[in-house]
Ligand binder design. Structure first.
Ligand SMILES: [Zn+2]
Length: 126
């Protein structure tokens, strides 16, 4: 799993010249196992943690309809890479929009488009 996630990360990081770092861990890291929305340019994935979160969260299952549970870590990484792309395009705008939507995470357009990016890209990594 770690090898596959690293390969996927490296592809997008170099293709889009993101300059990000990746931390993949079996352990629980961060709140959601996702991206740190700051200027660290770091994506952290707790790849077991995201599967646990998926099992417990109907909202997460709804968001990832049609995606197999074994692909959830890949989906999560691609989702975070989607955010990294948006953030690289316009960091100030990204953080402003993100802060504005923080409370109502579920309908956040930044989350919806990161999900769309992940769904569009995941078929390339089967
Ligand atoms: Zn997100």
């Amino acid at each position: 799993m770690k090898t596959k996630l690293t390969e996927i990360f490296r592809h997008y990081n170099s293709y889009y010249n993101l300059g990000y770092s990746l931390n993949i861990s079996e352990r629980n890291i961060g709140l959601s196992g996702g991206l740190h929305y700051n200027f660290k340019k770091l994506i952290e994935i707790g790849y077991k943690q995201v599967v646990e979160k998926y099992k417990e969260s109907l909202n997460f299952q709804e968001r990832t309809k049609g995606i197999n549970i074994e692909d959830i870590p890949t989906f999560t990484l691609l989702h975070e890479l989607g955010h990294a792309l948006m953030c690289s395009a316009n960091p100030v705008m990204f953080y402003k929009q993100y802060q504005a939507w923080k409370v109502t995470h579920r309908n956040n357009p930044l989350e919806i488009s990161a999900d769309e990016f992940a769904k569009q890209e995941i078929i390339k990594w089967k």
